[in-house]
Design a protein around this ligand. Sequence first.
Ligand code: BES
Ligand code: MN
Ligand code: ZN
Length: 512
Amino acid sequence: MDFELKTMTPARLCAEKTDALVALVGQTPASDSDALSSLIAQALKARDFEAKPGKLLAAYRPAGLAATRVVLAGVGDGSPKNIRSAITAAMGGFKGGNVQHVTVCLANASLPTSALARAVVLAGSDAAYSYTTTRSKPGPAMPVRMTLVADSAAAAKALQQGMDTGVALAKGIELAKEWANRPANHATPVLLAGAAKALGKLKGIKVDVLGPKEVEKLGMGSFMAVAQGTAQPLRFIVLHYQGAAKTAAPVVLVGKGITFDTGGISIKPAAEMDEMKFDMCGAASVLGTFRALAELQPTLNVVGLIPACENMPGGRAVKPGDVVTSMSGQTIEILNTDAEGRLVLCDALTYAERFKPRAVVDIATLTGACVIALGGVRSGMFATDDALADALHQAGEASMDLCWRMPLDEDYADGLKTHFADVANVAGRAAGAVTAAKFLQRFATSFPWAHLDIAGTAWKSGAAKGATGRPVGLLVEYLLGEAGRPAVKERSKAKAASAPRGSGRSGVGNKA
Ligand code: BES
Ligand code: MN
Ligand code: ZN
């Protein structure tokens, strides 16, 4: 969908030709000065409409307005969350209809802030997306253009900023959804690498792709063990976004890229196994984030790492009990071949060390246990560094792409002990999302690290089955914040320098 911003008076807006005018109606009393305002005032007075989030009232060719359709959409207090619900609800009504051009105005919604404009753009673009790649005919028609109306130059300034960020984000989210939605035979490791290479044409982005030989040379025995059961060759994708000085330490994003997860020899049950095409949503979110970075050009360096392969059973497949040597040198007993995500991620985390990163964030559809713990509302977030955890939490709140911090107590690692290797790849059923994170943590010892388990948030099941594009919003928000602040290490140095003598963490008995 295309977006634009226009500044016009209420009277001018009433004379504006458009397929549908969506008026966001908040709690401030409506004036009576123009046709739209008086329509709203009458509907409210007659109690045919309420300014509550989710409430809609539609009219066809109403008197005094040039728009073919007018939809009043309640937004309550006008929070970005309510704006999002209102746009989603209004757009639902245009599905399969004749509406191509939607005009959105803040009738008396709330202040024209950048957050509001961003919410409008993101909800509009989310609703307008429909998957078509492997259909012979396109799905139901949706609007292709959205105009957001500001009533003054000052309002336009605030809205424009949010709209620009929103449009950049929407491009990233759409790319993530698109690749995540493609079935596994249309999104193989090789095709995923092709999508990454295409990003390499954009400003500031470079892409390297490693194949089986190079990965073997690096000693990624754990990643290779997962890939050995399939005919599809693995790919290790390395993306670079350079927006700051070459010497500036990058943030590294690592995305799980299992293009299909059958479980391997520890095979999964048939029901809903098709959804395991979404097991590369972490990888898709990294691609989407780079797409948005190319638009936004923040002053920051970012590296993206994607270990991509299929997890299949077969004559060559890795077997329960097999012991492999990871790139870190640690040996791993693979007790369950379905716990493959951590096996590909651990080698990517070791590979990340060479960039001397300021922070590493991995993103993975890692455990069914995380779906049980947090459902589809918040992604699971684990972190070895409080500042990084806080930054990710805040980024989630600001972008409405929520996460929740989970524990990493050492006791949770007990179940990963084995007699036959340095570590086992699974513990018991209890706290499965945490024990998976504890496994990864062993490979993330030389940098501040966080892990996002997006198993519950990356896609929707059932009638609305499809990728959500999460957590691209969270990641981009976090990276934009990082572009404006010193690295964690520099931050703690500054803190130490400014703290009074003797108040630091270097006191006797502090083992940190
Ligand atoms: N990709 C799955 C996790 C998953 C399952 C995400 C269902 C979303 C829905 C992962 O590779 C997996 O199979 N994990 C196992 C781990 C277990 C064997 C310790 C799981 O969660 O069952
Ligand atoms: Mn699995
Ligand atoms: Zn998996």
